[in-house]
Design a protein around this ligand. Structure first.
Ligand code: ADP
Ligand code: MG
Length: 262
């Protein structure tokens, strides 16, 4: 089981879109996938075709210790993966957990109960470096950082990298940066090309080769409650997320081989 936290404290960079569509693409290659919605906006929940207003129990109840992940899990029938939903109630957890014991490790403990049921767990983080995000970083093996190639992108990245370092020092020593994903990419934009180039220079192999283009089908799919693969599987967006799934699976195989060889 590989647990990936999809994080960037900026909103609108494609975290949720990546979470839902990567989940569907990994599921399409017969991987067992669980999506955990960790944003009170509940966009990943809706994007997977689940009505968040009808949810009795959500990730909030898991974090406050009333339910297990299995208790609150739903099936995204069309996406063929499981989803732990969220809604606005989750915002309350930030405050309620402040004085609680083991507040940073709630999600990690909940995930430990799942054993090896899944190949991939994808956690959709909120646009903040708060306790909820720290729970994701503490539970994860690695972080995936979607980013738009614009002027301020690199500035925000250093705050995120510092948070990752702190989590490593105190809570999760093996946390890795899995990769940086260029999203909402417009190849005709010179600034985007420059920033993309800078990213590659700074972070080398950590930048996924796959680039997610700006594609209207990706923006439309959530209004049908389906991943883009089910909305328009021939679209550029669908192809890009399938390619990303392939790249992630390959990286995983290569790093497992390296571990075996050592
Ligand atoms: P985040 O979760 O980081 O806030 P979202 O995934 O919700 O970002 O994306 C923000 C908005 O941009 C949404 O309306 C989404 O549909 C749209 N969007 C995301 N990625 C793309 C893309 N590659 N092409 C077109 N629209 C996109
Ligand atoms: Mg989001």
């Amino acid at each position: 089981m590989r647990i990936l936290a999809i994080t960037n404290q900026k909103g609108g960079v494609g975290k949720t879109t990546t979470c839902v569509n990567l989940a569907a693409s990994l599921a399409a290659t017969k991987r067992k996938v669980l999506v955990i919605d960790l944003d009170p906006q509940g966009n990943a929940t809706t994007g997977c075709g689940i009505d968040k207003s009808k949810m009795q129990h959500t990730i909030y109840h898991v974090l406050i210790g009333e339910k297990s992940l299995r208790d609150v899990m739903q099936r995204s029938e069309r996406g063929r993966f499981d989803v732990v939903p969220a809604n606005r109630e989750l915002a309350g957890a930030e405050v309620e957990l402040v004085n609680e014991f083991a507040r940073e490790t709630r999600l990690k403990s909940a995930l430990a109960e799942l054993g090896d049921d899944y190949d991939y767990v994808l956690i959709d983080c909120p646009p903040a470096l708060n306790l909820t995000t720290v729970n994701a970083l503490t539970a994860a093996h690695a972080v995936m950082i979607p980013m738009q190639c614009e002027y301020y992108a690199l500035e925000g990245l250093s705050d995120l990298v510092n948070t990752i370092k702190k989590v490593r020092a105190h809570l999760n020593p093996h946390l890795e940066i899995e990769g940086l994903l260029r999203t909402l990419f417009d190849n005709r934009n010179t600034l985007a090309q420059q920033v993309s180039h800078e990213l590659a220079q700074h972070f080398g192999d950590k930048v996924y080769r796959t680039v997610i283009p700006r594609n209207i089908r990706l923006a439309e799919a959530p209004s049908y409650g389906v991943p883009v693969l089910l909305h328009d599987k021939a679209s550029k967006g669908a192809k890009a997320y399938l390619a990303l799934a392939g790249e992630i699976i390959n990286r995983h195989i290569v790093s497992n081989r390296q571990v075996a060889a050592n």
